[in-house]
Write a protein that binds this ligand. Structure first.
Ligand code: 17E
Ligand code: FE2
Length: 432
C-alpha cells in the first residue's frame, strides 16, 4: 500500500452542501473542514483529490457465503433455480473442500469486493460438515486479509442444527474455534417444532459465548413460515435485539397485512436488524408460483419506515444458488430499489445507507463513519449525489483505508466515434 495521506480534499459529503477537506492524522480523521470554494481546488502534496465527488464511509457487505463462492456448476448446475436444489448441489461439492480451495476462492472474491470499495464483510460459513475445513480456512483468511477488510464469520448450519447429525455440537465447536456470529436456518429444519427449538438453541449459544446472531430466517415463499416472530420474541426477552439480524425474511413478502401489522409491533420493540438479498431472492423465490410470480424480497420500505435498520447484501458470487455476481454492491442496490418500489426521489437520496450505515448496524461495527477520531476509511464514488452514483453504476474511484489508498481507478470517458458536438444536455443531478 501507499504512504499515508495527510487529507482528502474536494470531498462532497452526503446531505451536506459544498466541499470538504478531511484531515488525516495517524490513520484517523480529524474534524471535516468546509472549503471556501464550491469548485474543486488544486490539492497539496500527500493529499488525495476527491475531485468534487461524493465520499462516503466504505461499503459494507453484510451477507455473503465465501466458502461457496465461485463454485457454480461444480459438480453440477442448479437446474430448478430453487434454494433447496442449491443446498443439494452444495452438499455434493462439500466433500471436495480443502483448505487451499476455500482460501483461494474466498480471497479471490474478497479482492473483487475490495476493488468495489467494500471494507467490511460478514460471511456465513457452513458448519454442517464434521471436518469444519471451510470454517478453519475462513478463520485463517480473516487474519490474512485484515489490512484490506474486516471479516466477520458466521457459524452457519446450512443443513440444520437439529436436522443434521451432531448439528448442535458442530455449532458449539465452531464458536469455540473463533466464529464471531451464531447462524441458523429454521425454515430448513425438518419440522416447525425443530425450527422453533433451533432458534432457542442458537440464542442460548450466542448468550453463552457472547456473540452476535444472524439467522437465515424464512427464506421461503411459504406464508406459514413464521420463525421471524420467534427470533424477535427471543431477542426481546433476552434484551439482545441490537445484536441480532434476520437475513432474507422472504416469507414476509407473502404474509397477509393483518399479520404483518401485528408482527411489526414486535419487530420494533425488539430492535432486530434486517438484511435483504434482492438479486439472490428475485432469482430463488417465486419458483413454485404460476403467474403472477412473487418477488420474494422482504418488505424493505415498510421496515425502514418503521425505523428498523435494513441492509442489502449480495448473498452469492457464482455459487450453487446464484450463477451471477461481480462484487459491485451498486448493482445489488439498483436491483433492490427496483424490486422494492423504491425509486421515489426521497428513497434514492437515502439509498446509499442500505449498503453503508445500515450494513454497519447489522455488523455492530464500533467505529464506522466519516467523523473526527474515526479510522480514516472511505470510498470516493462516481457522482456528486446519490442519484448520480446510482445512475452511473460505475465502480468506486477510490477506496481509502486507515489513511492509505487501497484502490484507485481513473474515471473513464468513452469515446463514441463520429458523434456530433451536441449542446449541453439535461443535468443528471437534477435534484441539487
Ligand atoms: N444458503 C442458503 O440457505 N440460502 C442462500 N441464499 C445461500 C446459501 C446463498
Ligand atoms: Fe445467505
Amino acid at each position: 500500500m501507499t504512504e499515508s495521506l495527510s487529507a482528502i480534499c474536494n470531498a462532497r459529503l452526503p446531505g451536506q452542501a459544498g466541499l470538504f477537506r478531511l484531515p488525516i492524522t495517524a490513520g484517523r480523521f480529524g474534524a471535516p473542514q468546509a472549503q471556501s470554494h464550491s469548485k474543486p481546488q488544486p490539492v497539496g502534496e500527500g493529499e488525495f483529490d476527491a475531485a468534487g465527488q461524493l465520499v462516503t464511509a466504505p461499503f459494507v457487505e453484510p451477507h455473503i457465503h465465501l466458502d461457496a463462492a465461485l463454485t457454480a456448476g461444480e459438480p453440477r448446475w442448479n437446474r430448478s433455480g430453487t434454494l433447496f436444489e442449491g443446498i443439494e448441489c452444495w452438499s455434493e461439492r462439500k466433500p471436495m473442500l480443502t483448505r487451499d480451495d476455500v482460501v483461494g476462492r474466498a480471497e479471490q472474491t474478497l479482492k473483487l469486493f475490495a476493488a468495489h470499495g467494500i471494507q467490511y464483510v460478514r460471511t456465513h460459513v457452513d458448519v454442517t460438515d464434521p471436518s469444519l475445513v471451510a470454517l478453519d480456512a475462513m478463520l485463517e483468511v480473516r487474519e490474512r486479509v485484515r489490512d484490506a477488510v474486516d471479516l466477520q464469520i458466521v457459524a452457519f448450519p446450512q443443513e440444520g442444527i437439529l436436522s443434521f447429525p451432531d448439528g448442535q455440537a458442530l455449532m458449539a465447536d465452531a464458536l469455540e474455534r473463533g466464529a464471531d456470529v451464531v447462524g441458523g436456518i429454521p425454515h430448513f429444519e425438518f419440522t416447525r417444532d425443530y425450527g422453533v427449538e433451533s432458534v432457542k438453541i442458537l440464542m442460548d449459544l450466542a448468550e453463552r459465548h457472547d456473540r452476535l446472531v444472524d439467522v437465515h430466517c424464512d427464506e421461503i415463499d411459504d406464508p406459514e413460515s413464521r420463525f421471524l416472530e420467534v427470533l424477535a420474541a427471543e431477542a426481546l426477552a433476552r434484551d439482545y435485539g441490537r445484536r441480532v439480524s434476520a437475513s432474507h425474511t422472504c416469507a414476509m413478502h407473502a404474509y397477509n397485512n393483518a399479520y404483518c401489522s401485528r408482527l411489526f409491533r414486535l419487530l420494533t420493540k425488539s430492535g432486530l436488524r434486517f438484511v435483504a438479498l434482492p438479486t439472490e431472492n428475485l432469482h430463488l423465490q417465486g419458483r413454485f408460483d404460476g403467474y403472477p410470480k412473487r418477488r420474494g424480497v422482504t418488505r424493505v420500505p415498510e421496515l425502514l419506515d418503521a425505523g428498523l435498520k435494513v441492509a442489502f447484501g449480495q448473498d452469492s458470487i457464482r455459487d450453487p444458488w446464484y450463477p451471477m455476481g461481480n462484487g459491485n454492491l451498486l448493482r445489488t442496490l439498483d436491483v433492490g430499489l427496483h424490486a422494492c418500489h423504491m425509486l421515489g426521489m426521497d428513497r434514492i437520496e437515502s439509498a446509499l445507507e442500505l449498503i453503508t450505515d445500515n450494513g454497519a448496524a447489522v455488523m455492530n461495527l464500533p467505529e464506522y463513519g466519516i467523523g473526527e477520531g474515526l479510522p480514516a476509511r472511505c470510498v470516493v464514488l462516481n457522482g456528486e449525489s446519490p442519484y448520480e452514483v446510482l445512475l452511473n453504476q460505475t465502480p468506486v474511484r477510490a477506496s481509502i483505508r486507515d489513511g492509505r489508498v487501497l484502490v484507485q481507478r481513473r474515471p473513464e470517458t468513452p469515446e463514441v466515434a463520429g458523434w456530433p458536438d451536441s449542446p449541453a444536455g439535461g443535468a443528471l443531478h437534477a435534484n441539487r
